[in-house]
Write a protein that binds this ligand. Structure first.
Ligand code: NAD
Length: 270
């Protein structure tokens, strides 16, 4: 019961494949009370039953680009809960037509929209949440390795993740004095609604499992365990950090020998 009595706002649940859902469930199992808004009306039929199964509150529409909906969510939380102890930011969006091909072809409109939804939303949500974190708190966001190195097709989302990682460091410096910590989990690839929009996701997943030191892909249990640690007091001295939960992928500089030999053999036979 690492989160016993804590009130935690979980954003980014779209369905039961969402990483945010795995984290919401794990937080609930560990004693937290959960607030669980959803992004748009079409998602309500999936999110509401999930929320009911863990007694989550504030199951209301909250598109991060809609200031009235953001105001309403935080006003309701303040009225009923008074304060919050933790928040998960698990929000990203880009036009999937630009998550394939070349980054150089990114349009201004999609660049701005991707940055607004995937990065500015962290700043906006953090400012609003921090006002209610009167006893201190912990904020966690979800990022990806494509913000550190180029990854085929990840394109503008990689650039957004770089800005998200940087925002984590700046927000940590802003809020540390109020005993509010903020960290990112750099999750390995996993199939979700959002990731299925990235071109070549299925082949990336197959190759990724071969390339990690643990020789498998990250699971929802892996990511929810790390989030539990970061949301709880176990990580009380940790802030501004990008914590990789990727089965070790980001620590390697070259694929393992068996994969390299197989690839070279295939290339030689072409
Ligand atoms: P997901 O599709 O389940 O979650 C993405 C969420 O973003 C959805 O709930 C969607 O409703 C929400 N969202 C999009 N636009 C929004 C808006 N305008 N307002 C409010 N919410 C909005 O997929 P996921 O993979 O669980 O994604 C969660 C986070 O994890 C994202 O930031 C994603 O980039 C990141 N991530 C994913 C992977 C992966 O391989 N799946 C790896 C590393 C990081």
């Amino acid at each position: 019961m690492l989160l016993k009595g804590k009130k935690i706002l979980i954003t980014g649940v779209a369905n039961d494949w969402s990483m945010a859902w795995a984290i919401a469930r794990r937080a609930h199992e560990n004693g937290a009370e959960i607030a669980m808004p959803y992004a748009m009306p079409a998602l309500e039929k999936r999110v509401r039953p999930l929320a009911e199964s863990i007694g989550a509150k504030f199951v209301q529409e909250c598109n991060v680009q809609n200031d009235e909906q953001m105001d309403s969510l935080f006003a309701n939380i303040e009225r009923e809960w008074g304060h919050i102890d933790g928040m998960l930011h698990a929000i990203a969006f880009s036009d999937k037509n630009e998550l394939m091909g070349r980054y150089v072809d990114t349009t201004r409109e999609n660049f701005k929209n991707t940055m607004d939804i995937s990065v500015y939303s962290l700043v906006d949500l953090t400012r609003r949440a921090s006002k209610l974190m009167t006893n201190g708190g912990s904020i966690v966001t979800l990022t990806y390795f494509g913000g550190e190195k180029s990854v085929p097709n990840y394109n503008v989302m990689g650039v957004a993740k770089s800005a998200l990682d940087s925002s984590v460091r700046y927000l940590a410096a802003d809020l540390g004095g109020d005993k509010i910590r903020i960290n990112a989990i750099s999750a390995g690839p996993i199939l979700t609604l959002a990731s299925s929009g990235v071109g070549g996701m299925k082949s990336l997943l197959r190759l990724n499992a071969w390339q990690t030191p643990l020789r498998r892909n990250m699971t929802l249990d892996d990511v929810s365990g790390a989030a539990l640690y970061l949301l709880s007091d176990l990580s009380s001295g940790v802030t501004g950090e990008i914590h990789h939960v990727d089965c070790g992928y980001s620590t390697t500089g070259m694929m393992p020998n068996d994969l390299k030999d197989t690839l070279l053999k295939a290339l030689d036979n072409q």
